[in-house]
Structure formats: C-alpha cells, structure tokens
Design a protein around this ligand. Structure first.
Ligand code: HEM
Length: 178
C-alpha cells in the first residue's frame, strides 16, 4: 500500500500509545522514514506486519486494531489535507457512499499504483443501509467496519455497523440507523 497509509498508522499508534511505543515498533520492523513516504508504494506485508506488531504491543486483537485504525483514518483525513476531498465526496452519508468509488478513482489519477476498493450501496431504508465492499485484498473487513463507524461519527449519525458476510472478495455491511 501507499506510504500514506503507513504514515497514518504511525500517527494512530502515537496517538493511542505514545512516541516510545512507535519507536520500539519501528525498530522491531526496521521501519525507517524511507518506508513512510506518502507517494511511494510498499509491499502489503509491511502494512499487515505493522498492524500485527502494534496489536501485540497494545494488547489488542488485530481486528480491534484495524477497526480502531479505520475510525481514526476517517476522522483524521477529514481534518487534514483531505478535508476538501471528504467534503467534495458528499455532505451526507448516502451521497458520500454513492461517490466513494469516484473519489477513490480520482485518488488513483495521482496514485496510479493504488489497488483501490469498491463500495456499492445496495439497499437504502429509513432504518438501515446495506453496503457492499469489494477488494482484491482479504482480511480488511474489520478496517472497513471502523471506516464506516468513522463515517457515522463524521456525519453525526447515531447508529451501528455490522459485518454480515464475506464471499469471493466481497463483503456486506449493515448500517443500522437509530
Ligand atoms: C479523502 C479520503 C480518502 C483518501 C484520500 C483515500 C485514499 C486511499 C488510498 C491511497 C488507499 C491505498 C490503496 C493502495 O495503496 O493500494 C486507500 C485504501 C482504502 N480505502 Fe480509501 N481513501 C479515503 C477515504 C476512504 C473512505 C471514507 C473509505 C470507506 C468508507 C475508504 C476505504 C478504503 C479501503 C477499505 C482501503 C483498503 C484497500 C482495499 O480494500 O483493498 N477510503 N484509500
């Protein structure tokens, strides 16, 4: 994945556990600043190792770490450089989900090696939304759960997100609206 993701992972680890923990994780994985260049692509192994070592150091499961990182990602990018991109993608959750693929495509115009996911809103009712996530990667469902929870918070919506099922690189998520 692009180093951009690793930079945010680093920020998340520092936010939740402090600089010292980050430094010891970076030492264990031999991560140097050269592995954190936003516009460079690094092997996914590094991303998954980073999450795995962080989970061990923080005493939390890998799934919990991925979910926490998903929430962090949405809430942090929406305050950072990508605030305008978030606003442009949609001012409400349904519009945002409908435009998410277009937004990722525009990211791919500059980050040409990105292997981006695809999201489809497959059902929209007053009390719930059903979202399909497709990716060539596996194991990122807990991350997506956190991303969707982060979006609820970003749009000040009370609700909860459930991962319903995964099959053939596609997973369904239920967003219950309270
Ligand atoms: C301005 C906001 C965002 C930007 C700039 C952005 C950009 C990116 C980039 C660069 C990657 C890495 C792809 C790679 O290196 O191969 C990525 C991955 C991903 N993004 Fe986004 N993204 C944003 C918001 C979101 C949101 C709001 C969601 C979902 C609700 C989302 C879902 C994902 C997922 C699930 C991945 C992992 C890749 C995979 O599933 O294969 N992103 N994004």
């Amino acid at each position: 994945m692009y180093g951009l993701i690793h930079r945010y992972l680093k920020d998340h680890i520092i936010d939740s556990a402090g600089e010292d923990v980050w430094r010891s994780i970076a030492t264990e994985l031999r991560i140097s600043p050269a592995d954190l260049i936003s516009q460079e692509v690094y092997d996914d192994t590094l991303t998954f190792e980073l999450v795995e070592v962080a989970s061990r150091r923080l005493g939390r499961s890998v799934d919990d770490c991925l979910t926490a990182f998903g929430r962090f990602w949405v809430l942090r990018v929406s305050q950072d450089t990508y605030r305008a991109v978030m606003d442009f993608t949609g001012r409400d959750l349904v519009t945002f989900l409908g435009n998410l693929d277009r937004m990722h495509h525009s990211v791919a115009a500059v980050m040409t090696k990105a292997r981006l996911p695809s999201f489809t809103l497959i059902e929209q009712k007053s009390d719930h939304l059903l979202v399909q996530y497709r990716s060539e990667r596996t194991g990122l469902e807990p991350f997506v759960l956190g991303l969707l929870e982060g979006l609820l918070e970003w749009f000040s919506i009370k609700g909860e997100v459930q991962h319903l099922n995964s099959e053939n690189n596609a997973a369904e998520f239920l967003i219950k609206l309270h």
